[in-house]
Design a protein around this ligand. Structure first.
Ligand code: CP
Length: 345
């Protein structure tokens, strides 16, 4: 189970790992999933502690990390800004309510074996990249691994579950399988870019034929588009961007339609909810229906959850036979166990 190239590493984006390293995490995850099903003990992190700092709310991420650490023989410790002093960047501290990240990271690292963080949205003033910068500030000061539980750029733990689920449903070798990451309408514009950006990176790294579909005006970070294109080419896949949901769905093996916001990616201009709302309301037709699913190659329907029903997707699809949302959520547990075992073990 050991992989010396992974022990002690931070896990912030798949872009900082090789395909072999991601395969090692995924293989470990599949192996530990089999062990858990057979109730074979695998206390690989006996006595270790993961500190989890959630600026934002969570159902799946919190509970899957807590269960993962329990099953691995360790403990996950839940921390919430406000209940602890809110970790802040240098220059953004306020007396009595915040504590500089350099101090928080070094102290937590002395009391545990990993620090996991979720931060995006209003906690970053909706300025793209600030959440990622905060996680990297923790990583710079912590001597134990720092894990991204979703920032404003990436959600790499979600990708572990997504790729595991596709491997289980479409076959272990995903090269050449058609993966569609599509925008979908929502009544809320408070949707970071992390999931779609992370998903196109991961699918491209797996050598899939990746289609990114969205209405004009909902572009993702050009640096991540370029990286995905390069990864797809390197791993025998393809990458394209189109502006038509039906066209994207044609012949797909996996579709992953979800909302993301109109987010300037210059790092300075915050998301403008009024401007985003105009774009969202003009594209209410971007909903996943059984008619759109009929255009696919009997595709699996994926979503990270929570989903906005009757906006992103109809009940008929999300509760129908193509939907793998529950397996995908369950694989958050197993994917993270593979990653934690190799990084912390
Ligand atoms: N997919 C996901 O990250 O879910 P939570 O927001 O519930 O953690």
């Amino acid at each position: 189970m050991s992989n010396t190239s992974l022990r002690g590493r931070d896990f912030i984006t798949w872009l900082e790992f090789t395909r072999d390293e991601m395969d090692a995490m995924l293989d470990c995850a599949h192996d530990l999933k089999r062990k858990q099903i057979r109730r074979e003990p695998h206390k690989l992190l006996d006595g270790l502690t993961l500190h989890m700092l959630f600026y934002n709310t969570s159902l799946r991420t919190r509970n899957s990390f807590e269960t993962a650490m329990t099953q691995l023989g360790g403990h996950a410790h839940f921390l919430q800004p406000g209940a602890v002093y809110t970790p802040a960047l240098k220059g953004e501290e306020k007396a009595y309510s915040t504590e500089r990240i350099s101090d928080v990271a070094r102290v937590l690292a002395e009391m545990g074996d990993g620090i996991a963080i979720r931060i995006y949205g209003k906690y970053t003033d909706w300025k793209y990249g600030k959440g990622n910068r905060i996680i990297r500030e923790f990583a710079d000061w912590s001597r134990v691994p720092v894990i991204n539980m979703e920032d404003d750029m990436y959600h790499p733990c979600q990708d572990l579950a997504d790729v595991m689920t596709m491997q289980e449903k479409l076959g272990h070798n995903l090269q050449g399988k058609k993966f569609v990451m599509s925008w979908a309408y929502s009544g809320s514009v408070e949707k970071p870019l992390a999931v779609p950006q992370s998903a196109i990176v991961a699918a491209s790294m797996m050598g899939m034929e990746v289609t990114l579909a969205h209405p004009k005006g909902l572009d993702l970070d050009p640096k991540i588009l370029a990286a995905s294109k390069d990864l797809a080419k390197r791993h025998g896949g393809k990458f394209r961007v189109i502006y038509d949901m039906e066209e994207a769905f044609k012949g797909a093996d996996a579709v992953y339609p979800k909302a993301w916001t109109v987010q300037p990616t210059d790092g300075k201009t915050p998301m403008d909810p009024e401007k985003a709302k105009v774009v969202f309301e003009a594209n209410k037709g971007w909903i996943t229906t059984k008619e759109k699913m009929a255009l696919t190659n009997n595709a699996i329907y994926m979503h990270c959850l929570p989903a906005d029903r009757d906006m992103e997707v109809t009940d008929e699809v999300i509760d129908g036979p193509s939907s793998v949302i529950v397996e995908e959520a369950a694989n958050r547990l197993h994917g993270q166990k593979g990653m934690l075992a190799l990084l912390l073990g």
